[in-house]
Design a binder for this molecule. Structure first.
Ligand code: ZN
Length: 293
C-alpha cells in the first residue's frame, strides 16, 4: 500500500513537471552510479551538471529513486544508464513513461555481456542470477573504454561544436585506461593464485578479463544459506584463499563467519566509488597483496 501511494505521488509530481513549458535543458546529464559520473566528466569535462541516481551506500540491486531525483531526471536531456542493474529493470519503464523527452542510452551497448554465470568455474554456485545478465560491466577497464565511447558518440552528436574537445578528452582517458590495464596485467602476471572471494559478485568482468575466478558468498542475489556458507568455508581452505572482499552496500556477517573459521582477512572494496581509476588501482594492489601471502 505504501508503495502504491508512493508511486502515485511520483506520477503526480512528474505530471506536474510535464505541464511546465520547458521539459529538458541542455546542461544536465543523468547517470545511475557514481563511476559513470566520473566517466562522463572524463569525456565532457565540466561542461555539464551530472545527476547521479544511486546515492553512496545504496544497493544498485533494489534502490528506489526519490521523487526529487525523478524530477531531476526529467530536467536532463540524456540518461546514461548501466543497462542491466536490478533497480533499473524495475524502474526504466516508469522513467521513460514519465520523462519521455529524455534520451535513454544503455551503457551496456556493444559490450560482451556475461550471461548465466559459471565463467571459469568448476563449483556449483552461481556468479550471476540464473539465466540473468551480470550487470557490473564497469569493473572491466576494456568495458569502460566502450562505455566512454558511447558517452562520447552521444555528446559529440548533440554538441558538434565541442566534439573536438570531447574527442581529445576521450583519447586521453583511453590512454590512462590502457596504462591501468597494463598495470593490472603485470601486477597479477606472476601469481599462481587465481581465486578470490567476495560477498556480492561485482567483479565478474574484472575476473573474466584477467583470468581469475570470482567466488561469491551471496547466493543468487540473496543472503546465503548455512549450507552455502559451509561450502564457501571449504572452498576457502581448498583454494588457499587468504582474503575475502566486502562492500559497504551489503551485509558483512556471513563474510565474517567464513573469515573467522578459516583465518582469512576481510578487506573493503568499493566498485561504486566515484574515482573509478583510483579504486581500480587500489583493488589491484589489494588483490596482489592477497595473492602473495
Ligand atoms: Zn551488484
Amino acid at each position: 500500500m505504501k508503495q502504491v501511494l508512493y508511486l502515485l505521488l511520483v506520477v503526480i509530481l512528474l505530471t506536474a513537471c510535464n505541464n511546465q513549458t520547458k521539459k529538458t535543458d541542455n546542461k544536465t546529464i543523468t547517470v545511475t552510479i557514481l563511476p559513470q559520473k566520473y566517466f562522463v566528466e572524463q569525456v565532457a569535462g565540466s561542461n555539464f551538471k551530472v545527476n547521479v541516481i544511486l546515492p553512496p551506500g545504496a544497493s544498485p540491486e533494489n534502490y528506489e529513486p526519490t521523487p526529487q531525483q525523478l524530477q531531476e531526471l526529467n530536467n536532463s536531456f540524456i540518461y546514461f544508464y548501466v543497462g542491466h542493474l536490478g533497480f533499473e529493470k524495475s524502474w526504466m519503464k516508469k522513467f521513460s513513461d514519465n520523462a519521455p523527452d529524455v534520451a535513454y542510452i544503455s551503457c551496456s551497448k556493444g559490450i560482451d555481456l556475461l550471461v548465466g554465470g559459471h565463467e571459469h568455474c568448476d563449483d556449483d554456485h552461481d556468479h550471476v542470477t540464473k539465466n540473468g545478465t551480470d550487470p557490473h560491466i564497469w569493473t572491466s577497464p576494456e568495458n569502460v573504454k566502450t562505455m566512454s565511447r558511447t558517452i562520447y558518440n552521444e555528446l559529440a552528436n548533440r554538441f558538434p561544436k565541442q566534439a573536438e574537445e570531447f574527442k581529445a578528452n576521450l583519447d586521453g582517458f583511453i590512454q590512462r585506461i590502457d596504462s591501468l590495464d597494463f598495470y593490472i596485467r603485470t601486477s597479477l602476471a606472476d601469481s599462481v593464485q587465481r581465486d578470490f572471494m567476495i560477498f556480492h559478485p561485482s567483479l565478474g568482468y574484472f575476473a573474466r578479463d584477467y583470468h581469475l575466478n570470482q567466488h561469491a558468498i551471496e547466493f543468487e542475489g540473496k543472503s546465503p544459506s548455512a549450507a552455502h556458507v559451509r561450502k564457501m568455508v571449504d572452498l576457502t581452505r581448498e583454494r588457499k584463499i587468504k582474503t575475502i572482499f566486502v562492500q559497504q552496500q551489503f551485509e558483512k556477517d556471513k563474510a565474517e563467519t567464513i573469515a573467522r573459521e578459516t583465518g582469512t582477512e576481510l578487506v573493503d572494496v568499493d566498485p561504486l566509488a566515484y574515482d573509478w581509476m583510483a579504486e581500480m588501482y587500489s583493488f589491484t594492489e589489494k588483490l596482489k597483496e592477497s595473492f602473495s601471502n
